[in-house]
Design a binder for this molecule. Structure first.
Ligand code: ADP
Ligand code: TZD
Length: 572
């Protein structure tokens, strides 16, 4: 019998699945839900809101899931996304998979249809075997089949999401369980407050000693910092170690700001030189995946010894041999490294640092010419200079960034000074994270967000502009509008596979919802619009017109496009 069907006198001491879910979340400090309403979760969302949880309702589950995932990255608490069954669940699944791939803790909770009918494929409303569909894309996937297991299911989901290597967890709640009745005494006892969901994982002393010994012998050491280090909130410990040893460092894109980009030891402006010439690399919370050319030639030298700091033991040796694995959480690892290092054990390598400085200066000079040009229409460099100028005294602003050229240029041109303030396409190079990440970041930090978006990239989540306006969030979306995926088509040709409508007025989309739209065609206009939008702390969208011929195919990763083996020189 469901709680609703129960006679009044019996219902007095009873509770139901809806209440249990909300109580279990509250008990574990989860205060925000991102989602899209519908059968069977509408009443659950209403109840959550009535019970004091914040609810952000989206226009598409993928954006709700992306908001939850980035909230997880920013807070070390799992972000929770709730969806309806089958199609809503599948829309959210992309975000769940993206969270798992990027090691962000999130929980996708979806309502599901009647298992008796689903499992016999009898054609229920929104029928889908969601649990099994989620499994390959999640760090863990669970289904709750009895109301007395709700507390346990949520506890397991939280622990799985944040412990060890964080990831996306799927939690299936059947409509039946949500409506099911349970007496209050049993219900109360069934709830679990998770104790120490992500306990520190200190490294073994011998692993720390081995790492220091290798570093002590290095002539050309280099630290590479990844978003795992940002997630771990280990900036103080990492900075102390890097400054004590004098070693140069390179941030991966979402680790920018962990140490400020203008730190004298940053080697970002001499990236390929330092990777190719380092004799020892200290790899911290970054995988040797495609973003680091798998640790292989031609970028890497096969003799370079690698010390890898990661919480996931199976990550070690995944792409090449690791000389010194240090398995543990980054905060504990760096506390141990700082404690174990002996004065003078790792010498400052003056010749190496001087050479890096020389190359940095050369590269920065080369870039300056491009950056300071003022072509009309704007190109990526000049438009980003305008954005950078508007952000010069705003290190507090969170940056969301997606696109191809827009992503690659912004990563290099927009300096970050605070940790965890740059949120981008990440491990998959995925489009569609823009508005979800912007909303999630604004929701959990209360700070202004600037989303720097390619015009194609924006389209994947653009309808969430309404969500931004509805909640009056301090999000400014800057669209680099060059009429296409990568670039626009020539005026006199029909639309190609990469073409988008010419001269789109994206600024008018936000006006439909009461936000402020700007249409800008030059750099002073872009800087002024962004400054005004930031000062307003209200939703704004800047349509920045970029030269349609400015972009290159696939931005900086053109080489990943397959080439025909029979006609290698041919292109469209
Ligand atoms: P990037 O894209 O910045 O190069 P990746 O996402 O490839 O970074 O790598 C992040 C790595 O950080 C993952 O291998 C993950 O296991 C690891 N990681 C995440 N959190 C922690 C932590 N608290 N301590 C140690 N390693 C962590
Ligand atoms: N679909 C998804 C989900 N992710 C993707 N990465 C792509 C498609 C392919 N893709 C890219 O890799 S970048 C990009 C697409 C469609 C858009 C590039 O155009 P843009 O940016 O307008 O966003 P630029 O700055 O003009 O290059």
């Amino acid at each position: 019998m469901s709680a609703a069907e129960m006679p009044e006198d019996q219902a007095g001491n009873m509770t139901d699945g809806f209440h249990l879910v909300v109580e279990a979340l509250k008990l574990n400090g989860i205060d925000t839900i991102y989602g899209v309403a519908g059968i069977p979760i509408t009443d659950l969302l209403r109840l959550a809101q009535a019970e004091g949880l914040r609810y952000f309702g989206f226009r598409h589950e993928q954006s709700a899931g992306n908001a939850a995932a980035i909230a997880g990255f920013l807070t070390q608490k799992p972000g929770v996304c709730m969806t309806v069954s089958a199609p809503g669940f599948l829309n959210g699944l992309v975000a769940l998979a993206n969270a798992t791939t990027n090691c962000f803790p999130m929980i996708l909770i979806s309502g599901s249809s009647d298992r008796a009918i689903v499992d016999l494929e009898q054609g229920d409303y929104e029928e889908l075997d969601q649990l099994n569909a989620a499994r390959p894309y999640a760090k863990a996937a669970y289904r709750v089949n009895r109301p007395q297991d709700i507390g346990l299911g949520i506890a397991r989901a939280i622990r799985a999401a944040v412990s060890g290597r964080p990831g996306g967890v799927y939690l299936d709640l059947t409509a039946e369980v949500l409506g099911a009745a349970l007496d209050e005494a049993t219900a109360k006892k069934s709830l679990i407050k998770v104790v120490d969901p992500a306990p520190p994982q200190p490294p073994a002393a011998h692993a720390v000693a081995r790492a220091l010994e290798i570093l002590a012998g290095a002539r050309r050491p280099l630290a590479i910092l990844g978003k795992g280090a940002a997630y771990a909130r280990a900036e103080a410990e990492i900075r102390a170690f890097i400054e004590a040893t004098g070693m140069p460092f390179l941030p991966m894109s979402m680790a920018k700001g962990l140490l400020p980009d203008d730190h004298p030891q940053s080697a970002a402006a001499a990236r390929s030189y330092v990777i190719g010439n380092a004799d020892v690399v200290l790899l911290v919370g970054a995988r040797l995946n495609w973003l680091l050319s798998h640790g292989r030639a031609p970028l890497w030298n096969s003799d370079t010894q690698i010390i890898q700091v990661d919480i996931e033991p199976a990550e070690i040796d995944s792409n090449r041999a690791i000389a010194a694995p240090v398995v543990g959480d980054i905060k504990s690892v760096f506390a141990a490294l700082n404690a174990a290092i002996k004065p003078g054990q790792i010498e400052r390598q003056a010749a190496w640092l001087d050479e890096i400085d020389k190359r940095k200066r050369q590269n920065i000079e080369r870039m300056a010419a491009r950056l300071n040009a003022d072509p009309s229409p704007m190109n990526f460099s000049s438009a980003l200079r305008a954005v950078r100028n508007a952000l010069a005294d705003r290190p507090d602003v969170y940056i969301v960034n997606e696109g191809a050229n827009t992503l690659d240029f912004a990563r290099n041109i927009i300096d970050m000074r605070e940790p965890r303030h740059r949120l981008d396409s990440g491990t998959w190079g995925v489009m569609g994270i823009g508005m979800g990440y912007a909303i999630g970041a604004a929701a959990v930090t209360g700070r202004p967000v600037v989303a720097i978006e390619g015009d194609s990239a924006f389209g994947f989540s653009g309808m969430e502009i309404e969500t931004i306006c509805r909640y009056d969030l301090p999000v400014t979306t800057v669209i680099f509008n060059n009429n296409g995926v990568y670039r626009g088509d020539p005026e006199d040709r029909p639309y190609s596979p990469t073409g988008l409508i010419r001269g789109a007025r994206y600024d008018r989309i936000i006006e439909a919802f009461g936000g402020k739209g700007y249409h800008v065609t030059d750099t002073p206009g872009l800087t002024a619009a962004l400054q005004e939008a930031l000062a307003s702390r209200r939703p704004a969208l800047i349509n920045a017109v970029i030269d349609p011929t400015a972009g290159t195919e696939s931005g900086h990763i053109q080489a990943l496009n397959p080439r025909s083996a029979i006609a290698p020189g041919r292109s469209a």
